[in-house]
Design a protein around this ligand. Sequence first.
Ligand code: ATP
Ligand code: MG
Length: 366
Amino acid sequence: MRLLDLQLRNFRNYEELNLSFEPGVNLIVGNNAQGKTNLLESISYLGSGKSFRALKQAEMVRFGADFADMEANVFAQGRQQQLRYVLFSGSRPRQIYRNGAKKKSAAELSGVLPTVLFCPEDLMVLKTGAAARRRLGDHALCDLRPNYDAALTEYNRILDQKSRILKDHFEYPHLLEVLPEYNTRLCQVGALLISYRARFYDSLGKAAAQYHDRFSGGAEEFRLQYKTVSTVSDPFAPVQQLTQDLLDHQASHHRAEIESGQCLTGPHKDDFTVTLSGIDLKAYGSQGQTRTAAISLKLAQRELMAREWGEEPVLLLDDVLSELDQGRQDFILNQITSGQVFITCCEPGRFTKLGKTIEIEKGKII
Ligand code: ATP
Ligand code: MG
């Protein structure tokens, strides 16, 4: 798939932007705080209906404006298609259009413009806290599987309600009457998440291992392992079994949850680890090893998307190349000889040989 053009009105610091793109590499160059990441955010949002940086849609509406309008023409699934989102500064729900027809949810746009974002924080994702790894995994899985996206939203909703019950029951003891209902539902939906994640991390790990192998010249064996709730002995087990495993864990933490007022059980604390030839990367990996492994992981994510949709997803490299030494830059660039790529960087002239350069200053093309 390929992004042909983009129109933004009142999105972030863009009052009005009309741009068309190259099928290969598009370089977005500009000083700090000019709107480079904002541009990538708009592309990624059009593709997934999610922002990688905003917590609320209103953040993306230009300061002082009532709404933001984003539109793109995309070549996907053998034809030209149009995507459009309108976001409001107030509480009004966003509007979603595909080829001019209004859609209820972003899931109905799924597969038209899949993107993979790679930014400098991702380079250290295997070293930092579990939350960043979960975010990375969840984003990738939501893009691949709209049903996972729906299950995750549902899980978080139930978790929120359960957490509120546990927090407030000291003051309102009758709340505990409905707790069992929430526990059961949380385990059922949680089991579904584990089932998706087990398969996803298995494929991701295998694909990443191949990149890492090429990257390190076969010197290190990359292995990714998915970690979930301790009572789950086989995350590939049928969902019914997984539900039972989660219920068991829940039951053994019931008292502790009531006493602490906190939710202590469920796959919202899942994680994954990477070992290189058996050595845990998080604890022992060097900076170079960590970066190399993270690059392999990102390229793997791109590959899984390409397999799923039958076309290369659009790759968004936000400031990541300038962070890397020549060898690692070359490795990435050599792996992405096909498909469309957007690369942001601050230094003009740095990567100009790669493709078309778009220069941005204060939300305008110069
Ligand atoms: P860097 O090189 O530092 O990463 P960048 O070019 O990627 O910079 P962006 O993050 O794209 O910069 O843009 C940041 C600018 O956009 C900031 O100056 C910020 O104030 C502005 N901005 C963010 N949200 C909005 C908004 N809703 N309305 C207007 N301006 C906004
Ligand atoms: Mg930026």
